[in-house]
Design a protein around this ligand. Structure first.
Ligand code: ZN
Length: 451
């Protein structure tokens, strides 16, 4: 495949190379050449994609999501995290395969159309009669064509034992660990260029036991898979940790063996200076979810301080019950703007926001084979149109324009060398049918009939 004649190719390599009029040659799912002019050798028989009027960037990487929540958007509209969860848990108790499949198809389609080529998911609600929920979302990712890192989440601390979730949606510790091990054995592909990797992800300090946290870390390390959880999201959570464990959230995680280069943590909003330093020193990743943190009134993560300390920082849209949108380029814009409210107008540049959304996310997920447009990397490439109305007038710097101007739909998205979005439409699935299914399932949930 030859992607030719882009307005600009923004490679996001170490030097921040940007090539006006650049082209990209893809062979066997990998980038084999990037440059201006024509690639070496014959390109007579290759599939061609015009980059005319487009900025090419690495496919964006989404580091935190709960795809099932896509079916419960716009609920608990004016609540903070704990009250929001308490209102939503009983609804989520009705989760089943149909619900998860519809939510994953809608959520992943939205992400693809916003230029996202790799997404994680954090699924932690497994009602006893819910069915094969992880398989349902893995199928959806294969259908759309995205690189997928589903996390087998878990909760084992119900309300009767001092947790926040109702007892009927938590598992026993033994069941959670056994099902997580099964998920790794069934789905995880560690090979370079993998399209499917599984993570281990107990949910949050107020829904898990210390034993589940410690043994999940052991399990993940035995299999060489990554660890993920929610931490330092709100002050309520910090108070809960101080009361229950006598430690602040990050201190507690460290004590449980949960800081390290194989861990990435969602939110990291309520951090002090020492927490920031420990995250950086231990090469732990931070999945920054600015829109969700604003929506729930949680706060603004110290992303500038984390980046300055040398931490790995990626972006997450978070679940669609607390973002209500799954647009990852819009999240890069949100990240840039909200950083400026916290730390001043120079806090985060447009290019830094794009770096976080691409290379930063890849680093959180432990992927050295994606996140930049360089020879040898997998061919995950997003082509955003900059020739339309929203960019008329942004011609002086179309790369920055991607973040400053109104984010729009990607024109083409290539994942592992295959088209996932072509001319603004899903290449492998029917957007109209996915939306119709999503509306139908969401209506059944609203009527109280589960999925
Ligand atoms: Zn989350």
């Amino acid at each position: 495949m030859l992607i030719e004649g882009c307005e600009i190719v923004a490679t996001m390599d170490d030097g921040g190379t940007e090539i006006a009029g650049g082209s990209i040659l893809v062979e066997d799912g990998r980038i084999s050449w990037v440059g201006g002019g024509r690639p070496p050798g014959s390109t007579q028989d290759v599939e061609r994609i015009s980059g005319n009027g487009c900025v090419a960037v690495p496919g964006l990487v989404n580091t935190h999501h709960h795809l099932y929540q896509t079916m419960t958007r716009v609920r608990a509209q004016d609540r903070g995290l704990f009250d929001w969860l308490v209102e939503l848990y009983p609804v989520w108790a009705g989760l089943n395969e149909e619900w998860v499949r519809a939510g994953a198809r809608v959520g992943l389609a939205e992400l693809a159309l916003s230029g996202c080529s790799t997404s994680t998911d954090h699924h932690y609600v497994f009602p006893s009669r819910g069915g094969d929920l992880l398989a349902a979302e893995v199928d959806a990712a294969r259908e759309i064509g995205l690189r997928f890192h589903p996390c087998r989440g878990s909760m084992d601390l119900g309300v009767s034992a001092g947790g926040l979730p109702p007892d009927e949606i938590v598992e026993t510790t033994d069941d959670a660990l056994a099902r997580t091990e099964e998920a790794i054995e069934r789905f995880h592909d560690p090979a370079p260029g993998s399209m499917l990797r599984v993570g281990v992800a107990p949910c949050s300090p107020f829904s898990v036991t210390e034993r589940l946290m410690r043994e999940s870390a052991d399990l993940a390390r035995r299999f060489g898979v990554r660890l993920h959880t929610h931490i330092a999201e709100t002050l309520d959570e910090e108070r809960h940790c101080l009361e229950r464990f006598g430690r602040r959230p990050l201190e507690m995680l460290e004590e449980w063996g949960w800081l390290g280069s194989d861990v990435w943590l969602a939110h990291c909003v309520q951090l002090d200076e020492k927490d920031v330093r420990r995250i950086a020193e231990t090469s732990t990743g931070a999945a920054w979810c600015p829109t969700s943190n604003l929506r729930l009134g949680s706060g603004i993560a110290p992303a500038r301080a984390l980046l300055d300390a040398g931490a790995r920082v990626g972006l997450g849209v978070d679940g669609s019950a607390s973002n209500d949108s799954g647009d990852l380029l819009a999240e890069a814009r949100q990240a840039m703007l909200v950083s400026r409210v916290r730390d001043g107008a120079a806090a985060l540049s447009a290019r830094e926001a794009l770096q976080v959304a691409t290379r930063g996310g890849a680093a959180c997920l432990g992927r050295e084979d994606v996140g930049s447009l360089e020879v040898g990397k997998r061919a995950d490439i997003a082509l955003f149109p900059v020739d339309g109305l929203a960019f008329a007038g942004a011609d002086v710097d179309p790369v920055a324009g991607l973040v400053f101007a109104r984010p729009g739909r990607v024109r083409h998205l290539v994942v592992d060398g295959a088209a996932v979005v072509r001319d603004g439409h899903l290449a492998n699935a029917d957007e109209t049918e996915i939306a119709r299914e999503g509306h139908a399932v969401a209506r059944r949930i609203a009527e109280g009939a589960g999925g």
